[in-house]
Write a protein that binds this ligand. Structure first.
Ligand SMILES: CC(C)(COP(=O)(O)OP(=O)(O)OC[C@H]1O[C@@H](n2cnc3c(N)ncnc32)[C@H](O)[C@@H]1OP(=O)(O)O)[C@@H](O)C(=O)NCCC(=O)NCCS
Length: 165
């Protein structure tokens, strides 16, 4: 069956993730990030939010992913009120494939899907020392809205970064 292709980022094919991609996504996550999740969590997120679970592949191999959840609650960009908001739970590109625009494309595609789905804002958490990721998010118009002290298990703090859609 033809996998649902969204477009290209250079040589990379960008498409919606499928259940059969989850083991590869788990592999990318394990190789790139200290935050891991249960296998069940990936399948659950894919099942519930398939439009914002996107992968990039090269030569049939998944090298990058973004997975998100749509939430409803307190606005992260306004002082008051409730909002439907897209939460970027995790994004990563394998070393050796970075700096080629894949991460940028995945975030842009996911934000477009969130907007289409009625989300009014998008947010994420990032380690305050993760300069590369913070720079990427700033480039894409995210702003730091708060710092969450000791957010990660190892005690490092996180920036909450967000923007309106
Ligand atoms: C953050 C991350 C997802 C970005 O993915 P990417 O596919 O490299 O993203 P892009 O190529 O679109 O852009 C990344 C930026 O990295 C920088 N960069 C340039 N060359 C690079 C290289 N060879 N290697 C790494 N980064 C490079 C650039 O600043 C680039 O932005 P710009 O070229 O548009 O100015 C990736 O670095 C990664 O997987 N890091 C480890 C996991 C992680 O920290 N995830 C985020 C958790 S919140």
């Amino acid at each position: 069956m033809q996998k649902s292709i969204l477009g290209k980022a250079g040589d990379y094919t960008v498409r919606y993730a499928e259940a059969s991609d989850v083991p590869s996504v788990i592999g990318v996550n394990a190789a790139t990030l200290p935050e891991h999740y249960s296998d069940y969590f990936y399948y659950e997120i894919l099942n519930e939010f398939p439009d914002t679970f996107i992968v990039a592949e090269l030569g049939g191999q998944v090298v990058s992913y973004i997975m998100c959840r749509i939430e409803y609650g307190l606005s992260v960009t306004k002082r008051f009120g409730l909002a439907r908001k897209g939460h970027i739970i995790s994004i990563a590109t394998m070393d050796g494939h970075r700096g080629k625009g894949v991460g940028t494309t995945l975030i842009q595609r996911a934000m477009e899907e969130m907007r289409k789905g009625g989300s009014k804002e998008v947010f994420l958490e990032v380690r305050i020392t993760n300069d590369e990721a913070v720079r990427l998010y700033r480039k894409l118009n995210f702003q730091v809205t708060s710092t969450m002290q000791g957010y990660y298990k190892d005690g490092e703090s996180a920036y909450l970064m967000a923007q309106q859609l």
